[in-house]
Design a binder for this molecule. Structure first.
Ligand code: MSP
Length: 645
């Protein structure tokens, strides 16, 4: 009998820059689901790829002085590129599509013509607001504060002769589909789509461009290229051979489960099914819109200098620990706040303490008490019942969560068993049982239960940490008893051979590791802007007496490399002496006569034996790892003695 098929996809990523931890999160999650389905016996097709056309890529290639094709080739296939990243992360995709592949380009032309021939694409004129980075036209009413509702950047007026897709015609069937309850998940995203896009009225969609060249040409109207989202969305079909001869898998695997980030749910749950309805093909089984990884609550971005590099983390912590962390920590449907501290503490708690300890304690005890061979003669006790029940129930509970795309909850179930097993060691105290030869069968039972807790947990963990689970299963001698059907308590009979191996997940020193990460990530960082400090009240702020002062004199302090001594006119009539450590940035003569700002009501301090009554205000920032300082120098028209408020 042929196996049931399962087709799962990631979004195809823009090769406009290196991919970061957010993209890795999506691909790793999809990989874990694909591996889980294979474990369950499905014939899986797992597709990922790259979305290579569009104005943004054209512009970036121009900036780099290369052709768009050369530009994307390097990011996709070059060293340290996208293909290398997925190899490193142990991604088990069965196919990889690039939208610049000939077979895809030809198929998109046929698909476009098919929709034109059936009357769903027509020629018109487009006037609207265009967001270049998002490649999206918007209507005035969709803008947020006059900017792109997706990325918040400015839009510009654009008008061009263009082809339109009759999206409005599909408003009702798409709404019905969304309301069916299973097509789009999590459910919260359904209301968002209906209220924000369907209810205000679905307008026809502009599906061609004439303002740039880097795209799939409309073969019957030269000068027009196909809108990048039409080109991109159909990748899921062309990669199986839809409208092309490169592959022949469309009948076998269609329809897909599309895993996508929340920001592209609109394209996948409205435009995508409407276009499939137009060409007469079944809509996806499901679109799952996962949340985002954010940093300090905000978006990762190059300009903020907080883009997290998966290569660096995988190198430092190991691929499996990184994969595990991403899926254990963040609920898949919601946003998650990424931090290095969280990564390190997850590795320490779950992997080093709970799982790692269980593996090493169990294997060490079996070696010590039984020379590594666990005998078949065992004596059970009521004390074992709770753990045995939990082991027995684990596969079903785990599967129930995996089947609804909740990997973090599936892992929660596994770790409940692992934690219970660690507690069971303390309850049964094997080291006491081992003192009396007569207890051997009882001791063997305790060890057996630990091995079974591990074996079944490891089977469930394999989709998340394939390599580490292979190693751990080998340590407990379970290489040939690790299929889904083997995930049953007691599936092994006879003697069990165990061999303690390397420590799978070493414990990390939090402070030291954070410092090491900081050091290696420095070169990749843009200028760092310090986060805003905790709130102060207006009354607290008003307590700072900051005044405009004139520099009467300034000289270097003897024997100090840093200090300058200022006499200032603060408007009181009595000169005020302030010392400031800014000699590295200014020579005294540059500052005489300047209008500056000082805070006056700080407690007086002695510096190099001299009094300092206040502090000069400067603007300070770290640039390329070096501190840059600019004294606050005001326009001379600001009266001396003015208070800052
Ligand atoms: N090319 C389009 C998708 C076309 S699919 C037919 C695109 N590409 S993208 O490279 O910008 O982003 C693709 C996906 O990367 C997002 O949908 C999301 O799954 C993932 N992520 C990008 N940044 C992310 C985070 N910060 N966090 C989690 N996932 C993120 O959109």
């Amino acid at each position: 009998m042929s196996k049931e098929t399962f087709f799962i996809t990631t979004p195809i990523y823009y090769p406009s820059d290196k991919l970061h931890i957010g993209h890795t999160y999506c691909t790793v999650a999809t990989d874990a689901i694909a591996r889980y389905k294979r474990l369950r016996g499905y014939d899986v097709m797992f597709l990922t790829g790259t979305d290579e056309h569009g104005q943004k890529i054209e512009e970036k290639a121009k900036e780099a002085g290369v052709t768009p094709q050369a530009f994307v080739d390097k990011i996709v296939e070059g060293p340290g590129g996208i293909l290398d990243l997925w190899k490193l992360m142990n991604i088990s995709n069965d196919r990889f599509i690039r939208t610049t592949y000939d077979y895809h380009v030809a198929a998109i032309q046929r698909i476009f013509r098919k929709m034109y021939d059936n009357g769903d694409i027509y020629k018109g004129a487009y006037k609207g607001k265009y967001c270049t980075p998002c490649e999206s036209f918007w209507t005035e009413s969709q803008l947020v504060n006059g900017c792109c509702p997706d990325c918040g950047r400015p839009v510009h007026d654009a008008e061009e002769e263009a082809y339109f897709f009759r999206l409005s015609k599909y408003a009702k069937p798409v709404q019905d589909l969304l309301e069916s309850g299973t097509f789009l998940e999590p459910a919260s995203r359904v209301n968002e789509m209906i209220n924000n896009f369907i209810k205000p009225g679905l307008e026809d969609l502009c599906v061609s461009r004439t303002s740039f060249k880097w795209g799939v040409p409309v073969d019957f109207d030269p000068g027009h290229v196909v809108y990048v989202w039409v080109d991109a969305l159909f990748n899921y079909a062309t990669a199986l051979g839809y409208m092309n001869d490169r592959y022949k898998d469309f009948e076998k695997y269609w329809p897909p489960v599309n895993i996508v980030g929340k920001e592209i749910v609109r394209f996948h749950s409205i435009i995508w099914p409407a276009m499939l309805m137009s060409v007469g093909e079944p809509v996806p089984k499901k679109v799952y819109g996962h949340g985002w990884l954010v940093i300090d609550g905000g978006k990762m971005s190059k300009s903020k200098g907080n883009v997290v590099d998966p290569y660096l983390l995988a190198d430092k912590f190991g691929v499996d620990a990184l994969r595990f962390f991403l899926l254990r920590t963040f609920p898949f449907g919601s946003d998650g706040n990424f931090s290095n501290e969280l990564l390190i503490s997850t590795i320490n708690t779950d992997l080093a303490n709970d799982l790692g300890n269980l593996v090493s304690r169990t294997t060490a005890m079996i070696e010590k008490y039984f020379g590594g061979i666990l005998p078949a003669a065992r004596a059970a006790d009521a004390l074992d019942d709770e753990l045995k029940t939990m082991i027995g129930e684990l596969p079903e509970k785990y599967a129930a969560q995996m089947d609804v795309f909740q990997p973090h909850l599936a892992l929660e179930e596994v770790f409940r068993v692992i934690q219970r097993a660690n507690k069971y060691i303390d309850e049964t105290a094997p080291w006491i049982l081992a003192k009396d030869e007569a207890n051997k069968p009882r001791l063997a039972e305790v060890m057996f239960n630990l091995v079974e807790a591990l074996r079944i947990s490891l089977i469930c963990l394999t989709p998340f940490m394939p390599e580490s689970c292979d190693k751990a299963l080998a340590q407990i001698g379970a290489q040939s008893c690790r299929g889904w059907d083997d995930a049953v308590y007691g599936a092994r009979s006879g003697e069990i051979r165990v061999r303690k191996g390397e420590t799978l997940f070493p414990r990390l020193d939090m402070e030291k590791t954070l410092a090491e990460l900081e050091a290696i990530s420095l070169p990749a960082k843009a200028p760092t802007v310090k986060p805003v400090l905790p709130d102060v009240t207006i009354d607290e702020f008003a307590k700072c007496d900051m005044r405009v002062c004139k520099v009467l004199s300034c000289e270097a302090v003897k024997k100090s490399e840093k200090l300058l001594k200022f006499q200032l006119d603060d408007g009181s009539g009595t000169p005020r002496q302030i010392l400031s450590g800014i000699h590295k940035f200014y020579e005294p003569e540059q500052l005489v006569g300047k209008t500056v700002v000082a805070i006056l009501n700080l407690p007086p301090r002695k510096m190099m034996g001299q009094d300092s009554n206040g502090m000069l205000l400067s603007a300070v920032k770290e640039v390329d790892g070096k501190e840059e300082l600019h004294l606050m120098i005001l326009d001379d028209s600001v009266p001396v003695g003015s208070q800052l408020c």
